[in-house]
Write a protein that binds this ligand. Structure first.
Ligand code: AMP
Length: 224
């Protein structure tokens, strides 16, 4: 099973699709945003400056996220493949990852979840999260069964600190400035990038598109 890189702007549905992929394929899901939030929650080896950067919508250092990702993808859990969500987000991160994959004889498939700007704004401003288990909801497209409560553990849902409108604008600017160029890097390097329309269809339909792309890629590599 090859590594899958889920690529897209904030609000493109990477987290939702990553969870569906890992359930279906039985491989782990590594989200750098979750790793960072988890460490901040547990006061774990993360400086207050990192938390402040995240809350402002800016990216944290390449060095830190490269290290967090390497700890995961070199572990035994990742030996049968993995899904990366929110990484790489800069050229330096992409180069770091590609170098490691090439050295390990692995070739990723990059899935680009393409979503229009207005759709993203609507999604992010309606987003709610369970502070205990991390499940994501959306007041418009995926409301919880009971208003403002997590379906799984009944916790009161929260708005992520970086989902305020001002911070959303900064996150999208960071995406345009630092992350979008990563797609060109992959394309120019002749690596496989599959664009998936992730605008309006329900997550299950978008998931089938991704799955089709991943399977087609596996078949072409195996001569099928
Ligand atoms: P996410 O949950 O993926 O939207 O990430 C939330 C925040 O964590 C981002 O706005 C960044 O501050 C930080 N972050 C997550 N992944 C990365 C990354 N690959 N590089 C730099 N910062 C990151």
């Amino acid at each position: 099973m090859k590594p899958i890189v889920l690529f897209g702007s904030p609000g493109s549905g990477k987290g939702t699709q990553a969870k569906m992929l890992t359930d279906c394929l039985g491989v782990p899901h590594f989200s750098t945003g979750d790793m960072l939030r988890d460490r901040i929650r547990h006061g774990n080896q993360i400086s207050p400056m990192v938390a402040a950067k995240m809350h402002s919508g800016a990216l944290v250092s390449d060095e830190l996220v490269n290290q967090l990702v390497m700890e995961q993808i070199t572990g035994p859990e990742a030996s049968r493949g993995f899904v990366l969500d929110g990484y790489p987000r800069t050229l330096a991160q992409a180069e770091h990852l590609c170098k490691w994959l090439d050295g390990s004889g692995l070739r990723e498939v990059v899935i680009h979840l393409a979503v229009d700007y207005n759709v993203i704004i609507a999604r992010l401003t309606g987003r709610r999260m369970c502070p205990r288990c991390g499940t994501l909801y959306n007041v418009a497209s995926r409301p919880p069964r009971v208003d403002e409560q997590c379906d799984l553990d009944g916790q009161k849902l929260v708005i992520r600190e970086d989902d305020s409108e001002e911070v959303i604008r900064e996150r999208l600017a960071a995406y345009d400035r630092q992350t979008r160029p990563v797609l060109d890097y992959y394309r120019k390097a002749g690596r496989r990038v599959v664009q998936v329309d992730a605008n309006y269809d329900p997550p299950g339909v978008i998931f089938q598109r991704i799955r089709g792309a991943v399977e087609a890629d596996d078949c072409s590599k195996n001569g099928g």
